[in-house]
Design a protein around this ligand. Structure first.
Ligand code: ZN
Ligand code: MN
Length: 477
């Protein structure tokens, strides 16, 4: 081992691919629309067939879409692609795998090398391979320590890609960033659906103080959890070492409810799985034409989009990074920036739109307004017809329920008053407040704020406070 950092982290991430059917049979990957998972409405072991139940004599047939999707990911991450697609049996005994083996790839994975680019560094990849999801073990509910476990094969045979990194990450935060970046790429490629696909990571982590003795944490779901689990595990390892204990290589389970990792077993090695080449699947040639055809379908990825935004729209780096981080946000920005000053559009989409969406807990799929609303609103703002404050209020209302912006402004009298009108209101306010004027004239500059407030109230906030101040000072002189 040749590490130098205090913490060393490597990840093995399992990503469920957004296909219609399973990896080796025609069973549907997801429950029917009206039978959503986790609501208990899908009957167990119904979305199954002899192949995904592992009946003797049943033969797997490779789902081509899975290969296309996995290839897309491998190409987007600059991996080397294998010339041949070969599957292997990973043998183990456990009730979640009725065949007593999982069909995976071992000797020759689909892809090797490649990397995921984070803000400050590249995380190198060892490999990306395709494998099937095992069944789900269901612990009878309401029983503290049940004496038996149930198996639901509905999930069995779902298509996964496993992305294995080099131990290049040095903090839980970096592991989190890796997961986020990977999810962003998957979203851009359209091979992962955030609502129906599960992403799970196994994390290898070790610290300098122990001489880098690795623990593997199993089955951590999502990018927030990965940071929590690793932070806990690093603290635990540090404490063990400072208590004078010697760490051994082990596999631990993450308990997200309690927020701790628990010992499962001391680590088995890969040889224990007794891999053999899967004889029921023929070797598939990954022809150059196939690879190139998939490469042609690759969209522009977030990192390229960010650079293009900086170059074409001359917006700042952080704005560009946020705007390109979600494919829908990037698309929306581009449409708005074609019609409105791109810098103004960037500021409003990044700060105000995201603020309002966060506040209302809505996602882009639920967003009811489109570019035409934003263009109209920002046009009114940049033409000086409405103020920042009015634009913000309208945006808050629009996100709730779209409406005709012009009509609304007219009806509510929110248009910036012209100077004449504003002067009249100022004069009225001055007339009504002789005491405040005296106060101001005798040197209390702050009393002007009261007058500004009065004028703003009359205009329902449609005037800019700076304009009002200017006119008031003029009139009082
Ligand atoms: Zn099946
Ligand atoms: Mn795996």
């Amino acid at each position: 081992m040749n590490f130098t950092t205090d913490i060393v982290i490597g990840l093995e991430v399992h990503v469920e691919l957004n296909t219609k059917s399973k990896l080796f049979c025609g069973c549907s990957r997801r429950p029917n629309k009206n039978e959503e998972p986790n609501t208990g409405t899908e009957a167990p072991n119904t979305r199954t067939c002899p192949v995904c139940l592992g009946h003797p004599g049943s033969k797997p047939v490779l789902n081509k879409t899975v290969v296309d999707y996995a290839l897309k990911l491998a190409l987007a991450l600059d991996c080397d692609i294998s010339k041949e697609l070969i599957f292997s049996r990973k043998s183990y005994f456990y009730p979640d795998m009725s065949k007593n083996f999982q069909i995976s790839q071992y000797e020759i994975p689909l892809a090797t090398n490649g990397c995921v680019k984070l803000a400050e560094k590249d995380v190198r990849l060892v490999r990306i391979h395709i494998e099937e999801d095992p069944a789900a073990l269901v612990h009878p509910s309401g029983m503290e320590k049940s004496t038996y476990v149930l198996v639901d094969y509905n999930r069995s045979g779902n298509p996964l890609v496993e992305v294995v990194t080099e131990p290049d990450m040095v903090s839980p935060k970096e592991a989190r960033e890796f997961m986020k970046q990977l999810i962003s790429v998957l979203n851009y490629l359209g091979i992962y659906d955030i609502n129906t696909c599960v992403i799970k990571a196994d994390a290898n982590v070790s610290i300098k103080e122990s001489g880098y003795v690795r623990a593997e944490i199993k089955n951590v779901t999502g990018f927030k959890e990965i940071e929590r689990a690793l932070s806990y595990e690093i603290d635990r390892q540090k404490k063990e070492v400072s208590d004078g204990k010697k760490l051994v290589q082990e596999t631990r389970a993450w308990d997200s409810d309690v927020g701790i990792t628990r010992l499962m077993r001391t680590k088995e090695t890969e040889e224990d799985y007794g891999y053999i080449i899967e004889p029921d699947l023929v070797v598939t040639n990954m022809t150059d034409e196939w690879v190139e055809r998939v490469r042609d379908t690759l969209p522009e990825l977030a990192r390229d989009k960010k650079e293009r935004f900086i170059k074409d729209f001359r917006i700042d780096k952080t704005d560009a990074a946020v705007l390109s981080s979600q494919i829908e946000l990037g698309d929306l920005y581009e449409k708005v920036a074609e019609k409105i000053d791109p810098v103004l559009a960037a500021r409003w989409l990044r700060r105000e739109l995201l603020r309002v969406m966060n506040y209302n807990e809505i996602d882009f799929v639920d967003l009811k307004i489109d570019e035409s609303h934003l263009i109209e609103l920002l046009k009114l703002l940049s033409d000086g017809k409405i103020t920042d404050n009015v634009a913000k209020k309208i945006l808050e209302k629009l996100v709730d329920k779209p409406f005709n912006i012009m009509e609304y402004i007219e009806k509510e009298g929110l248009k910036v008053s012209d100077t004449n009108e504003l002067s009249k209101i100022c004069e009225q306010v001055i007339k009504k407040n002789p005491k405040v004027i005296d106060d101001y004239k005798s040197g209390n500059v702050k009393s002007l704020n009261f007058l500004i407030g009065q004028v703003m109230r009359h205009t329902k906030g449609a005037a800019s406070p700076d304009d009002v101040k200017k006119i008031l000072v003029e009139c009082i002189k």
